[in-house]
Design a protein around this ligand. Structure first.
Ligand code: FAD
Length: 347
């Protein structure tokens, strides 16, 4: 078995793991490896054909996110919401049209898609990254932790788990983790792990020409929320939204037809004249959702204080958005926990 010795081992190259890695590098620490199970970095951030299939928005109060964006010279812009929006609230009554308050602070989107942030964070640590490396076992040895990945073994002084706690539960620990920690990991819902997103690109933003914002809200529709998703330069046109989970087990063709018919009904016949149609069901992702899908319709509690502790002889740390006491679940929580964890292990 091949053995690699390293000071710090970061497990997971999502936003939180990449933030920690960059903090280490900027503090002159080069002796670390990031192990990522997927063949890409970013975890729940994924932009394809201009569509944010994972995280999209941040808010004015998300100050760590704004700081990271400005540090990496990334621009952001306001979510488009001008014009009439559609509220579908009753299957028998006509939809209601409304306009959002132009003075209310809107959600913000990262120019070039959320993945621009992941690329900016991945590039400086590319030499430390090992993709397609799912960690299966963490074992305490005399004065290091042994981490196993498909026939390879890593010996690390400190290991930082930057995974949703429920996914970190799939790793075997020797000796086993304390029962109270296992219980919290088990109960911590992975934010958005049950979401299905849809993105549809068009030759033009036909909805804007009709004075519509592109927003359609309604729990009874095949898409429960839909928004304008044109790019910052407004020369690529698309709509993006969340598919009703009731359609998860339908055939892809049937789901698509239901969605297009709904868009046609509320935005007009041009909705069928699309260029590209993509969907992403996060419940089918082994490294986000695992095998136990559970839909959650209220904001769960995040940042349990048990995640502040270290385990396995003080060498094992937990990070990631679900462990964050500040904006847990959000990009902001991932960044905050990533920064905090770096500070902790460097001190
Ligand atoms: C559909 C969707 C929409 C969202 N919308 C928003 C939004 O608009 N605004 C917002 O603020 N947040 C949103 N979020 C949440 C946001 O994406 C997360 O808060 C953030 O990306 C979490 O980052 P993380 O690093 O904590 O976790 P993750 O992104 O989950 O990263 C964990 C990483 O660990 C890897 N991994 C898993 N198991 C192993 C293993 N055994 N070995 C090695 N690697 C492993 C995974 O592949 C992944 O790369 C959304 C999420 C989804 C899915």
């Amino acid at each position: 078995m091949k053995v690699k010795k390293v000071k710090f081992l970061i497990i997971g190259a999502g936003l939180s793991g990449l933030i920690t890695a960059n903090e280490l590098r900027e503090n002159g620490e080069e002796d670390f490896i990031i192990l990522e199970a997927r063949s890409r970095t970013g975890g729940r951030i994924l932009t394809k054909e201009g569509i944010d299939l994972g995280a999209t928005w941040f808010q004015k109060q998300h100050v760590y996110t704004s700081e990271v964006l400005s540090k990496y010279n990334l621009d952001y812009f306001e979510q488009f919401s001008k014009g009439k929006s559609v509220l579908v609230y009753n299957s028998m009554a006509p939809a209601h049209l409304f306009e959002s308050d132009p003075n209310a602070p809107g959600a913000k989107r990262i120019s070039g898609g959320s993945d621009s942030l992941i690329q900016a964070l991945s590039n400086p640590v590319a030499a430390n990254l090992e993709l397609e490396s799912p960690v299966t076992h963490i074992k305490m040895q005399d004065n290091f932790l042994e981490v196993m990945v498909q026939g390879e073994s890593y010996h690390a002084e400190k290991v930082i788990i930057c995974l949703p706690p429920k996914i970190a539960e799939n790793i075997e620990y020797t000796p086993p983790l304390p029962d109270n920690l296992k219980e919290v990991m088990q109960k911590t819902h992975t934010w958005m792990s049950n979401a299905i997103k849809v993105g549809i690109t068009y030759p033009e933003a036909f909805w804007k020409k009709k004075g519509l914002s592109g927003t359609i809200i309604g729990q009874i529709g095949p898409v429960i929320e839909l928004y304008d998703h044109c790019n910052a330069a407004e020369n690529e046109y698309s709509l993006m939204g969340f598919v009703n989970e009731g359609l998860r087990e339908e055939t892809a063709a049937h789901r698509k037809e239901r969605i297009l018919a709904y868009l046609e009904q509320h935005l007009g016949p041009e909705a069928r004249n699309y260029k590209n149609y993509i969907e992403k069901d996060w419940a089918k992702e082994e490294y986000t959702s695992g095998k136990s899908l559970k839909s959650v319709y209220m904001s769960p509690q995040y940042g349990n204080s048990i995640f502040k502790k270290s385990f396995l002889d003080g060498r094992l740390y937990f990070s990631g958005t679900e462990t964050s006491p500040l904006y847990g679940g959000y990009l902001e929580g991932a960044i905050y926990s990533g920064l905090n964890t770096a500070k902790k292990i460097l001190s």
